[in-house]
Design a binder for this molecule. Structure first.
Ligand SMILES: O=C(O)C1=C[C@@H](OP(=O)(O)O)[C@@H](O)[C@H](O)C1
Ligand SMILES: C=C(OP(=O)(O)O)C(=O)O
Length: 455
């Protein structure tokens, strides 16, 4: 029985047997957002299959509709987008509700920044505490006017948060900008602003981040170049572009696949296949780290789907060992650290992770919240300013026996649901509703693998 709307929905996953079966995960969230945004700026009809129908992506769809795009879904699950053309976004009549989604907010701020319109962005309590100064600074340099809500100061750098109102500049001023944080959202916001800016807009990223925006902008016909130089990747977009509609097949989300992957590694005897998972090297860092910990993960049937590398993952239960995780790979698995900490809790020995300052400004402070939850489940950890040390116990199941406050963070909720599969006493999540933002089929998929869900 499902809870009444507005009521917390507790969740507890358990299993008495190995996980087995053959599953798929929903479409990639990053690619789904970008499909809707770029389709909404193309002239003609873009068709998308495999779109993630989670709340974050639906927030992007609603915003693009509010700015003039015609977006529909047919009974076969195919999405069709009739775009307004670059430069053609209309002023939304009401505030854009971004829900829980940082990607929607920051990328759409980029789009609005070079259109002659004003938009107000609002979000839930989690999103309203996340830093927006990182996009406000470059977009203001491009001429946008932004009035944001002051948030708590971080490291003396000040902090600006939602609600905020942004008025675009037309024409916007082309920018050459070196990213001060490794963030694909900041990079993408500037490149999207550059679409309707005369001349060349350049982003320099000293540390590479996910490259879906570059791949997809080029696929839609924008003039975009990428050079590798000593200072990093230099990405230049030539503005006042005309985008051509595309047919897009969205691959399965590696960030979602991470949950059944770790579940199979930690539940004794498990043997599963996860089909059609994106393995873009800017996203696939977790696989190599888990393999280095002794995880039995094989990539089958590697292929290319719509310009993105994809594989089927064969995952078997493994005796994991703690390792030092190289910090230079952090951007390629930034959303996967919380579930890596779960794998580490079930490994033998210490897993040491550094270079994770960005985890503190996600949907929750993912270092602090994971440390607190793991300790409540009987796992020793040491919180560092930029990371976490998890002292794995190996062998037996972890103690468990805690109720976790998921803090409006979908990945925290899924992490502790997975940990509960290898715990002696149940691990309960106070409210599993945030899982709807990125992985609406998480619970049925885990049940398909053999888990039991108590609500
Ligand atoms: O560009 C994107 O689609 C995303 C970039 C990452 O955020 P940052 O750019 O803040 O690192 C990631 O955490 C988020 O889930 C999705
Ligand atoms: C950080 C995430 O998303 P966003 O920034 O879009 O809210 C995430 O999905 O883990």
């Amino acid at each position: 029985m499902s809870a009444a709307p507005g009521q917390p929905q507790p969740l507890c996953l358990t299993t008495t047997r190995p996980l087995s079966g053959d599953v798929t995960v929903p479409g990639d969230k990053s690619i789904s957002h970008r499909s809707l945004m770029l389709g909404a700026l193309a002239v003609g009809e873009t068709r998308v299959t495999g779109l993630l129908e989670g709340e974050d992506v639906l927030a992007t769809a609603a915003a693009m509709r509010a700015m003039g795009a015609d977006i529909s879904r047919n009974d076969a699950g195919e999405w069709r987008i009739h775009g307004v053309g670059v430069g053609g976004l209309l002023q939304p009549q009401t505030a854009l509700d971004m829900g829980n989604s940082g990607t929607s907010t920051r990328l759409l701020m980029g789009l609005v920044a070079s259109h002659p319109i004003t938009a107000t962005f609002v979000g839930d309590a989690s999103l309203s505490s996340r830093p927006m100064g990182r996009v406000i600074t470059p977009l203001a340099q491009m001429g946008a006017t932004i009035s944001a809500t002051p948030g708590p100061d971080i490291k003396g750098l000040g902090r600006q948060t939602l609600p905020l109102t942004l008025t675009g500049a037309c024409p916007a001023i082309p920018l050459r900008y070196t990213l001060p944080v490794a963030s694909a959202q900041v990079k993408s916001a500037i490149l999207l602003a550059g679409l309707n800016t005369p001349g060349d807009t350049t982003v320099i990223e000293p540390i590479p981040t996910r490259d879906h925006s570059e791949r997809m902008l080029a696929g839609f016909g924008a003039r975009l170049t990428v050079e590798t130089a000593p200072e990093g990747r230099i990405i230049t977009i030539h503005g006042e572009a005309e985008l051509k509609p595309q047919t897009i097949v969205v691959p399965g989300d590696p960030s979602s696949a991470a949950f059944p992957m770790v579940a199979a590694l930690i539940v004794p005897g498990s043997d599963i296949i996860i089909r059609n998972v994106g393995i873009n090297p800017t996203r696939a860092g977790l696989i190599a780290v888990l393999q280095a910990m002794g995880g039995d993960i094989t990539l089958l049937n590697q292929r290319d789907v719509g310009g993105e590398p994809v594989a089927d993952l064969h995952v078997r239960h493994s005796a994991l060992m703690g390792i030092e995780v190289p910090p230079d790979g952090a951007p390629s698995m930034i959303d996967e650290y919380p579930i890596l900490f779960v794998a580490a809790a079930c490994a033998q020995g210490r897993t040491v992770c550094h270079g994770l300052e960005e985890l503190r400004v996600k949907e929750s402070d993912r270092i602090a919240v994971m440390a607190e939850g793991l300790m409540a489940c009987g796992i020793a950890c040491e919180e560092l300013a930029d990371g976490l040390i998890v002292a794995g116990q190996g062998g037996d199941a972890v103690p468990g026996g805690a109720t976790i406050n998921a803090r409006l963070d979908h990945r925290i909720a899924m992490c502790f649901a997975v940990l509960g599969l290898n715990a002696r006493r149940p691990v309960r999540i106070d409210d599993a509703r945030p899982i709807q933002t990125s992985f609406p089929t998480f619970v049925p998929m885990m049940q398909q693998l053999g888990a039991t869900a108590d609500h």
